[in-house]
Every structure is written in structure tokens, then in C-alpha cells.
Design a protein around this ligand. Structure first.
Ligand SMILES: Nc1ncnc2c1ncn2[C@@H]1O[C@H](COP(=O)(O)OP(=O)(O)O)[C@@H](O)[C@H]1O
Ligand SMILES: [Mg+2]
Length: 388
């Protein structure tokens, strides 16, 4: 007998951006983004915690703009960029690639990036010479590249999305990068910008603080979790299409374990699917979901332990408290119940944990950003051994 696992393809995917069959919901925000970027009425800042689906969404939007409206687009990930020099080189290359990496553009690039003395490899890659020192002018030359090239090539609008844009603040101590970015970008007529960011508080400060260069320069669009009904339908229908029955109760269980965050939802669904196919069954059982969750915690145990051991005592006790009991606002009773440090220490710890994305703080609730990390902590705390 052939094992089902050999014949059925897992419909779920996590860890990389998703598209097509693995992508659900987001119709409204997709249309709204497409409309705004097509009109070019405004730049946009799209923010949500990690793993809500920002990158997947923007890639879908860029794909549609390019195939239906002939608008070129680029999604540039700032997390991959360690230095300002690398930014300049990689961004210049990305822009060149967006225009097809055409040979006839080489002399234009030489001209437009004059202060960085570009050379080109045989494969057409731009190399910049940093012997000539970086300056605000050379940075501006790089940033102005999309505007200049798009004008040269027939005035068609283009879209540049900066993913994890808050990282720009880390890129240079020497140059006021935010200011340079802002002044270049605001002069661009032909390029529409989307700024994506997972560190929502940093993004809000960057775009909402009147003393910062990007203040009020883009329309804020928060990306929320998908509606629960859509998540349930996604789970049940993808299992069904693969010939497998997932009950509403178990779909609900996956949804609540993952707190309806797309990444965790897909991860638990994927491991549940694997487990059920390995068992050669066509109906998902409660134990399959339970084992999938255990598997996920097992895969991530090392990472979770490292996260915990890297924390100071104050931060660790706060993380453990929130794993057990998310809360809207700390009060004295909460502090005592969880043996937390004095209020000032607590708030410093909270601020720092929000900054490194471990804690998600909204006006309604302070909780761990990763619901499975919270579960891991709870499972560790409650492991008890009794004598036989
Ligand atoms: N629209 C969606 N439909 C289904 N799964 C999604 C969707 N958006 C995100 N995901 C899941 O979440 C994971 C993280 O998505 P990603 O776009 O990288 O999020 P972000 O950029 O916000 O961190 C993906 O690997 C996928 O498993
Ligand atoms: Mg992303």
C-alpha cells in the first residue's frame, strides 16, 4: 500500500512568503493598496507585528500591479543590509534589476552615481568604489536612481517597498539617514513608496513624531489578523481539498493555539497535516493537533531556551508572567501575584522587550508576541514530578 504521505502534497507553508493557493483573505487591503499605488496619491506605511503577512501581501500587490497595470515594483528587505555601503550597492543593483538589468542603462548608472565611481562586473552587477568617501550627496544619488531611471524610460510610475524599514535607523551613526531619505523621496514624482515594518512602535514613532523627518509623510495602514471565519475556512478547505477531514472544533483549536496569527496557524496546520498523513488517516484526530503543537515546541525549544536565558531576571519574570497571564495594564495585584520587580524596573523591562519584539503591546493587551513561546514557557513552569 502506498503511504498517503507519498501522494499528498502538504497544502500549508510557513517561514517564507506565501502566494496563490497558500494565501487567503486580505482582499480589501490588497485592493486598497493597489488603488492607492496605481493613483499615486500617497506613500504608504504598512505596519503589523512580525508574521502577520506583510511581506506576502506586498509581494502579491506588486505582482498584480506589474501584471495588470504594467507598473514595475521592487520589495527591498532592509534586514539583510548590515552597512550603509552595502545598502547603496545592493539598492543600486536592485533598481538596475527592476529595469531588466539592461546593458544600455550602464552609462546612465555611471552618470547618475558619479560620486560612487561605479564599475560593472561581466554579469552586469554594479560595484561601487568606497575609496571615495561616502557623503550625503552620494547617498542621495543612490536614492534618486529609481526616479531618474523611470523618467528616462518613459515616465511610467514605479513602486518601491522598503521591507522592515525601521532598520534604516541602525544603518549609520555618521549620516542623518532618515533626513536624507525623506528629502530625496519627497522630491520623487514617479516613484510611489511603501514602508513596511514589524517593530510597530518604532514605525509609529518614525512616522508619527512631529520631530522626525518622516512625520506625516505616508498614509498609515495597519495590517490586522485575518477574520477568524476566513482562517477557519482556509484550514478546513485546504484539508478537504487534500482529501482530509478537519472538524470545525479542531480547526478552532489550531486557530486558538496560533492566536490566529498567519505564520503559527500555517505552522500548526502543516505539522498536523504531516502527522495525519504519516498515520495514513483521512480524518484529523485531536491527538494529531496535540502532537503537532508538541512538535512545533520541540523544533523551537533550543531557540526558546536561548531567548529565556539571555534575559535579565526582571525581564525573565515579566516574560513568564505574561506567558501565564496577558494583561491590559499592570497593577499592584498583578505585580505581587507574579512576584514582579518594582514598577520603574518593570516598565524599563517592558519597554526593552517591546523594542526587541518579544512583547506585543496594544492599548487593549500586553502579551508575548509569539503564542507558542508563551505555551512553551507555561509547559516548562507546570512540569511537575511526583514520587511514585
Ligand atoms: N495571506 C496569507 N495567507 C496564508 N498564510 C499567510 C498569509 N500571510 C502570511 N501567511 C503565513 O505567515 C508567514 C509569514 O508571512 P510574512 O509575509 O513573511 O509575514 P511578515 O512579513 O508580516 O513577517 C508565511 O510564511 C505564511 O505561513
Ligand atoms: Mg516580512
Amino acid at each position: 500500500m502506498t503511504k498517503q504521505s507519498e501522494t499528498m502534497k502538504n497544502p500549508f507553508k510557513f517561514g517564507k512568503e506565501v502566494s496563490g493557493y497558500q494565501f487567503y483573505d486580505r482582499q480589501e487591503v490588497t485592493h486598497s493598496l493597489i488603488r492607492k499605488l496605481r493613483d499615486g496619491s500617497t506613500n504608504i506605511v504598512l505596519f503589523a507585528p512580525r508574521r502577520y503577512g506583510k511581506t506576502s501581501l506586498i509581494l502579491k500587490v506588486l505582482e498584480q500591479l506589474s501584471s495588470r497595470d504594467d507598473i514595475r515594483g521592487l520589495c527591498f528587505d532592509m534586514t539583510r543590509i548590515p552597512t550603509l555601503e552595502r545598502f547603496c550597492e545592493e539598492y543600486a543593483n536592485a533598481i538596475h534589476a527592476m529595469f531588466g538589468g539592461r546593458k544600455e542603462l550602464v552609462h546612465k548608472l555611471m552618470d547618475y552615481l558619479a560620486h560612487l565611481h561605479p564599475t560593472f562586473s561581466i554579469t552586469g552587477e554594479v560595484k561601487l568604489d568606497y575609496g571615495a568617501k561616502m557623503s550625503a550627496t552620494s547617498i542621495a544619488e543612490v536614492l534618486d536612481l529609481p526616479e531618474k531611471l523611470s523618467r528616462d524610460l518613459g515616465d511610467k510610475p514605479i513602486v518601491v517597498a522598503f521591507d522592515e524599514f525601521q532598520e534604516v535607523a541602525e544603518l549609520s551613526k555618521e549620516f542623518p539617514l532618515e533626513k536624507i531619505f525623506r528629502s530625496c523621496i519627497q522630491s520623487h514624482k514617479n516613484v510611489r513608496y511603501v514602508f513596511l515594518g514589524s517593530k510597530t512602535h518604532l514605525m509609529k514613532r518614525m512616522f508619527g513624531d512631529a520631530t522626525r523627518p518622516f512625520y506625516n509623510s505616508a498614509l498609515p495602514m495597519p495590517l490586522r489578523k485575518p477574520p477568524e471565519a476566513e482562517s477557519l475556512e482556509f484550514l478546513i478547505s485546504r484539508f478537504r481539498d487534500a482529501g482530509m477531514a478537519l472538524s470545525t472544533e479542531l480547526a478552532q483549536e489550531i486557530l486558538s493555539t496560533s492566536e490566529n496569527i498567519p505564520y503559527y496557524l500555517q505552522a500548526i496546520a502543516s505539522l498536523t497535516f504531516e502527522r495525519t498523513t504519516d498515520e495514513n488517516r483521512t480524518e484529523v484526530l485531536p491527538s494529531d493537533v496535540a502532537i503537532a503543537v508538541e512538535d512545533f515546541l520541540g523544533i523551537n525549544a533550543e531557540l526558546y531556551d536561548e531567548r529565556l536565558t539571555g534575559l535579565s531576571d526582571a525581564k525573565r519574570s515579566l516574560v513568564e508572567a505574561l506567558a501565564r497571564e496577558p494583561i491590559a495594564k499592570f497593577d499592584e495585584a498583578y505585580r505581587q501575584r507574579h512576584r514582579l520587580p518594582v514598577t520603574s524596573t518593570l516598565h524599563t523591562a517592558l519597554g526593552e522587550l517591546v523594542d526587541i519584539d518579544l512583547i506585543d503591546r496594544t492599548p487593549e493587551c500586553i502579551r508575548l508576541a509569539d503564542p507558542l513561546f508563551a505555551r512553551y514557557i507555561r509547559s516548562k513552569i507546570t512540569t511537575v514530578f511526583t514520587a511514585e
